[in-house]
Design a protein around this ligand. Structure first.
Ligand code: DAH
Length: 356
């Protein structure tokens, strides 16, 4: 290689023998296997385009000594026509196959391969079902922030200053002013404060409690809050809506009963039970042989709450309810340990298939 003609290659950033550059391009032309239009286009770009390898060779050729020009000029021209001939032949070939048998091998009429289908989380299935039921009854879904101030989570809802729910043991405080909401009832306050009446909302979402994690309690869970405010709303309206919900969700045979209870923001307050859907009220180990399952808290919105939120309690009245999603899902799917919902074990999750 002592007398080889060297040219400076920008690609390689060094002097290389002209001979090896030519060899390289020649082998690219000869060895490229082309079966479709895309590969053919790549071939054209790599070799025959303005920035392709053959143009590059002509560029290098300018560095070749005058006495060598004839030899290399002829070689490069040969390569160019070799590449062009191959390109044209391939083009014809591919065009012909395309006409007889579409180059695109996909057959859109073939049935789909069985892709592994995911499934909705059981809590989402329950939540979606609940939402659909209330939406059919005219309720609108409303959302609120998970980080709340004392006013929306407690004060406006008539919680006394020394109520245990405000305690460090129950609430995750973020700083002096903010905490993670302990219930979705805070969304009631936000929608009442908007001042648009009547109100008919449900507020699904995550809530947080500073509790030791166990089979029956978790530091976060989900609730669906409901609120209806209008003129002349009575407890009978509430009972009717909740009975409708029980029939839709638990089945036509479900019966409900309201037991007196206490919540700071409702007066009167009640706890709603539904006849056990497993034993139809006869008594089994799920309902602890009572025939009834407790499913939600509810009541008539306390006039103090209406007033705190800027609604005239002498003209308007309303009812509210709060449902624990995990509790319903545990009953519905006979899940014994609440933590299973949050372990994200696919062996558990893939067992749930929704109706749609
Ligand atoms: N906020 C209550 C809780 O977290 C649930 C509740 C009870 C909501 C009664 C209501 C209601 O709207 O009327 O335990």
């Amino acid at each position: 290689m002592a007398n080889a003609t060297l040219v400076f290659s920008l690609n390689w950033s060094r002097f290389v023998p002209m001979e090896s550059l030519i060899k390289e391009v020649e082998s690219v032309i000869e060895n490229s296997s082309i079966t479709n239009e895309k590969e053919l286009e790549n071939f054209r770009l790599e070799l025959l385009s303005r920035k392709g390898k053959i143009s590059e060779l002509f560029e290098m050729f300018r560095q070749v000594a005058p006495e060598e020009k004839k030899k290399y000029g002829a070689k490069i021209n040969q390569l160019k026509s070799l590449a062009e001939t191959k390109f044209n032949a391939l083009k014809e070939n591919i065009g012909a196959t395309k006409e007889s048998d579409s180059g695109d091998q996909t057959d859109p009429s073939l049935p789909l391969r069985n892709l592994p289908a995911g499934s909705r989380h059981p809590l989402q299935i329950v939540l979606d079902e609940m939402q659909e039921i209330f939406i059919r009854a005219g309720f609108v879904v409303e959302n609120g922030p998970e980080m709340e101030d004392d006013w929306h989570n407690f004060s406006a809802l008539n919680f006394p200053e020394d109520h245990p729910a405000r305690d460090m043991q129950d609430t995750f405080f973020i700083d002096e002013d903010f905490a993670l909401r302990t219930h979705t009832s805070s969304v009631q306050v936000r929608s009442m404060e908007k001042g648009e009446l009547p109100i008919r909302i449900i507020a699904p979402g995550r809530v947080y409690r500073n509790e030791a994690v166990s089979a029956r309690a978790n530091c976060f869970f989900h609730q669906v809050e409901g609120l209806y405010i209008d003129k002349d709303v009575s407890m009978a309206d509430m009972k009717q809506l909740l009975l409708y919900f029980a029939h839709e969700f638990f089945g036509k045979d479900a019966r409900i009963r309201l037991r007196p209870s206490y919540f700071p923001f409702t007066e009167p307050s009640a706890e709603m039970d539904v006849t056990c859907f497993l034993c139809n009220g006869k008594g089994c180990n799920v309902c602890k042989y009572t025939g009834w399952l407790e499913v939600m808290g509810c009541g008539m919105v306390d006039p103090a709450v209406l007033d705190a939120c800027g609604i005239d309690s002498t003209t308007y009245s309303g009812y509210a309810f709060g449902i624990g999603v995990e509790r319903i899902a545990m009953l519905k799917y006979d899940v014994k340990d609440l933590r299973t919902f949050f372990d994200n074990d696919v062996r558990f999750l893939s067992q749930f298939r929704s109706k749609d």
